[in-house]
Design a binder for this molecule. Structure first.
Ligand code: C2E
Ligand code: CA
Ligand code: CA
Length: 260
């Protein structure tokens, strides 16, 4: 199938989903080593109808949505669904410190981000402290001014922030020193390296030290193996996210339910 054809079809599906409430949120539990239980979860978007194309990853459709200007409506829908979940499933949400929500670079650079987010949460009576916004280094590049303003004003209201995919870009360290970040997420590619004999987890160890140096908590992403878990524990990593504790799933059939 020609590539452009697939792209056009995904674009139509996304446009359709924006119009017809065609997205749903999955949640992946995040385990706190200190507490010995889940303390938060990451919200991950899924497209309900994918027609004959089969499963389409957000990694494929989010960039198309960004290019076509649909990401703002999608971003609103994501926060709206998280807020709606927090209100509807109070028993579950009250056990969690916060939900992590991914922010696209375009959202992060949009001057009305704070108003939009605040307005949605107010509608459901959910406190901004229940939302942790995940940003990536690429989200910051080229828009650091607007972005810094957004962060300050959102922090004032109560939102917290994570630096996602830490270490994969060139400037993670410089952003960490300049921006008020609460959490650092170690990318799966580094967690995978814990397995190779020659790395002995040196890189992961370095990221954890850097994160703690900046008074951040550190989350390791994509943890699948017991051996990785025990190494991360030894290295004083704070939180663990990965298939080892549960795949992303709708809240009703989520590993988090085991906590309630
Ligand atoms: P991300 O933010 O880095 O999300 C983590 C991805 O790693 C998720 O893929 C998750 O399912 C996957 N993952 C978690 N643990 C494991 C593991 O142990 N093994 C393996 N193999 N994978 C694991 P997912 O849900 O397909 O999301 C892909 C990307 O799409 C996300 O990467 C994020 O960049 C983007 N995305 C997802 N939801 C949203 C959203 O609501 N808004 C925006 N702007 N982007 C989103
Ligand atoms: Ca993320
Ligand atoms: Ca990530």
């Amino acid at each position: 199938e020609p590539k452009n054809h697939r792209r056009d079809r995904i674009e139509k599906l996304v446009a359709d989903a924006v119009e017809n409430n065609g997205f749903e949120m999955y949640y992946q539990p995040i385990f706190s080593i200190e507490k010995g239980t889940f303390h938060s979860a990451e919200a991950l978007i899924r497209m309900r109808s994918t027609s004959e194309l089969g499963y389409i990853s957000p990694e494929e459709f989010i960039p198309i949505a960004e290019e076509k200007g649909m990401i703002f409506d999608i971003g609103d829908a994501v926060v709206e669904q998280v807020a709606e979940f927090a209100k509807r499933s109070e028993v579950v949400s009250q056990k969690l410190d916060f939900i992590e929500v991914n922010l696209s670079g375009l959202q992060a650079a949009s001057p009305d981000l704070d108003k939009r987010l605040e307005q949605i949460l107010r509608k459901y009576g959910i406190s901004p402290s229940f939302i942790n916004l995940e940003i990536t280094e690429t989200a910051v590049i080229g828009s650091e001014d607007v972005f810094s303003k957004n962060i300050s004003s959102l922090r004032r209201i109560g939102f917290s922030f994570s630096m996602d995919d830490f270490g994969t870009g060139y400037a993670s360290l410089s952003y960490l020193s300049r921006l008020p970040i609460d959490l650092v997420k170690i990318d799966k590619s580094f967690v995978d390296q814990l397995e190779t004999a020659d790395s002995r987890g040196d890189f992961v160890k370095a990221i954890i030290s850097i994160g703690h140096m900046f008074r951040c908590k550190v989350i390791a992403e994509g943890v699948e193996l017991d051996s990785q878990l025990s190494t991360l524990r030894e290295l004083s990593c704070d939180y663990i996210q990965g298939y080892i504790w549960g795949k992303p799933a709708p809240i009703e059939e989520n590993a988090i339910q085991s906590k309630v």
